[in-house]
Design a protein around this ligand. Sequence first.
Ligand SMILES: [Zn+2]
Length: 327
Amino acid sequence: MSTKDFAASTGRHKYWELVEKELKLLQDECGMLKKELHRPVDCAVCRADHSETVFTKEGFTFVRCRECGLVYVNPQCATEKLLESYEMNASLDYWVDVLLSQGEQEYDISKFTRACEELEELTPGRRVLDVGCSIALFLKIAKQRGWDTVGLELNRKAVKHAVEAYGLDVRPQLLDQADFSPESFDVVTLWEVLEHVSDPRDVIEQCAQVLKPGGVLAILVPNRDALSARVMRSHCSCFGGRNHLWYFDIRTLSALLDQTGFEVVRAETHLHQVQEILTYLNYKNPYYDERGGDDLDLPDDLRRKFEDFIMDNMLGYKLLAYARKVS
Ligand SMILES: [Zn+2]
């Protein structure tokens, strides 16, 4: 299925429209983040404050750390404002509908089933905490496979769905508000969460506290190294400064995990985005426009080699890492 068809079938178009309209964070005059909401930050990995601007997009400035290469938003939006937006707003409530659409469910069930299989290879333990679990589809699948599951999620509509429709233990809390015993989980998962948080190091340290020694932390984030991000830069859909604050690659993510008592034991990337890159190279919107008759294209055999090259070299759109707690 093309990205355009996927967006239409899941209702993502409407979500993006809603996000644009709400949360008046930008100055009317210049379209940049309002000064009173500025939260200047240092690099989340090496803590350096030497960075250079890469581009600006939708009111936010994206910079690259001169020391370690992490790409991040700076200044970021004030944490209180961000948290408030995660608890309840029209676009996030609508996002629950996107997640429940048939197209999204098919994709996510496949993704999370594979994740369960990989986790089951990495640890015999079966008690899992999913931090920022949204509607808790991952936990639903894990529970069906015999796992003991707990989730944390701020969005009230997502929590309601997880509790009422799936019958799961999902709590409307941040990890530092939850009263879990130290070293009580075999696995903690952060599916597309770490790029959203104000302090990634703090969140990983909190995960370490509730993980048993030898337990596994699973992290899925946008991949700074993605070929689609490198080619399309600000036009790549991974870059959204309001809520995607940090862009790790395998080196910066491994460094942060190493500093917080973890060792990466497996890593891979997902989604090659070859069609999006080709559409962009034809001066079109990579996510909305169709292929045309005289567009630059690749013969099938070359396209397959290109896709393989991307996946073999960790250049996919999403980065998935599994790390074991070593200390
Ligand atoms: Zn850095």
